[in-house]
Design a protein around this ligand. Structure first.
Ligand code: FMN
Length: 430
């Protein structure tokens, strides 16, 4: 058999991700905020021997939905007096409440974990929450307290974040990893955390085809994941640093994954294909939008107030919305001085429309409100291929998949094949 053919016949299951003596199926499901990668989704990955991520983005909001707590209402009530004010600097999170919400979300997930895999939490550092350092520390330490297996530091990687956990008793036993999109970012992080005498346990290299926020500019198409992963692997080898590298972004088939595993990646992180799993948090009508999408329906734009480009469906209701900033209830993107780029954009448009008529804010969006309501349809580049992973049903809709089916397809498929699920037959009443 020719060499190439032999390679494509390998399966992801022929490889293992190793952390010391522990071994895992080398599949991680990505952390998709806000509660797109639900506990249910992460728990399937862990049950099947891989690693599932939950996300702590907007965790009080997620806790309210999951456990009927009242964190958002409480905060909204406290700051009700400020709703009409343009100055959002008085709006602050109560650190104890953040810790409580995180402990509930993480703790309940860990209690439900079965199987040999692990559950990690994706912690987006760009959620500055009006007090970047203290709120991040509260989220990180609460997740460790609640028994999370690992913490992935993401979006907006703050070079000092490892240090925020250094006094925690689990600092050296929990896995801690980072997401980078360039070798340069990795080197900066390693330099900064050198004094802690603790390397990250894994490095996720996220390329330009990923969903959510991107670590690239609008010139993202000029980069490719393979090149960056190869650079990172080479650098770590040269420095004799034994840190598993996990490739992410645009890995759509098991064979795509095998290609990374063969060339030195320790695992792959996957998200897009799981967005159409029943266990995923997206409402089904949004999942159908993802299925229907064509390549031309997807764009990378700059409407996120974080300043990072974000990939999404052009039909996202978040684009052009004129919703009033809802910082008293949410406020996750407020910086330390109470600013958010959406507030500025909104007020500018409001001043242009004093007569109260409807308007559009095109350059920024209220990401908190729209992510909370699943109205910002962020997605990976290959979302337009999701329709090829399932059946179209008699009513024109697409059949949702189980997370287990998707996971197993990645684990065992060869030759770029994608196994379709058993076809669901619609009954006349459905
Ligand atoms: C809908 C969606 C939401 C995402 N949200 C986040 C997020 O909140 N934080 C993050 O670090 N990565 C996020 N990502 C990136 C994924 O975790 C993952 O690294 C990447 O999308 C993998 O590429 P793939 O989607 O092509 O499989 C998101 C991805 C998708 C598809």
């Amino acid at each position: 058999m020719p060499q190439n053919r032999q390679q494509t016949m390998k399966r992801v299951d022929d490889f293992r991700l190793k952390f010391g003596k522990q071994e895992f199926v080398p599949i991680m499901t990505g952390g998709m905020g806000v509660d797109i990668s639900t506990a249910e989704l992460a728990l399937v990955a862990a049950r099947l021997g891989g690693i599932g991520h939950i996300s702590d983005a907007m965790v009080p909001t997620v806790s309210d939905r999951r456990f009927k707590t009242g964190f958002v209402k409480e905060k909204q009530k406290k700051y009700k007096y400020n709703v009409a004010s343009r100055d959002k600097s008085p709006v602050k999170f109560d650190l104890e409440r953040i810790a409580e919400a995180t402990k509930l979300h993480v703790g309940r997930t860990m209690e439900a974990k079965r199987g040999d895999g692990m559950v990690f939490v994706n912690t987006m550092e760009k959620l500055t929450m009006g007090n970047p350092r203290d709120t991040l520390r509260a989220r990180l330490t609460a997740a460790l307290d609640a028994g999370i297996d690992g913490v992935t530091l993401s979006a907006g990687l703050h070079l000092g974040s490892m240090a925020l956990m250094e006094d925690h008793p689990r600092f050296r036993d929990a896995k801690i990893g980072i997401i980078v999109s360039s070798l340069r970012a990795l080197i900066l992080f390693l330099r900064k955390s050198a004094r802690l005498d603790r390397l990250p346990d894994y490095v996720i290299v996220e390329g330009p085809l990923a969903g959510g926020h991107l670590g690239f500019g609008l010139d993202w198409a000029q980069y490719d994941l393979k090149t960056i992963v190869d650079e990172v692997i080479l650098y770590l080898r040269q420095e004799s640093l034994d840190i598993p590298v996990i490739a992410a972004g645009g890995i759509f088939t098991g064979t795509d994954a095998v290609e990374f595993l063969e060339s030195g990646s320790a695992a792959v992180q996957l998200a897009t294909r799981f967005t159409v799993a029943r266990e995923c948090g997206l409402p089904e009508n949004v999942q159908q939008e993802y299925f229907r999408a064509n390549e031309s329906d997807i764009e990378v734009n700059l409407i996120s107030p974080t300043g990072y480009p974000m990939r999404m469906l052009k039909s996202s209701p978040a684009i052009g919305s004129d919703i009033r900033p809802n910082c008293e209830a949410y406020g996750y993107l407020l910086d330390g001085s109470g600013n958010c780029a959406y507030i500025e954009a909104y007020n500018r448009e409001l001043d242009k429309h004093p007569d109260g008529e409807k308007f559009s804010v095109m350059d920024k969006t209220c990401l908190c409100t729209h992510m909370r309501n699943f109205d910002c349809w962020t997605c990976g580049h290959y979302t337009y291929r999701l329709k090829d992973t399932t059946h179209r049903l008699a009513d024109g809709s697409y059949q949702l998949l189980s997370a287990e089916h998707i996971f197993r397809d990645y684990q065992f498929s060869t030759d770029h094949q994608i196994l379709l699920p058993p076809e669901q037959v619609l009954l006349p009443s459905e």
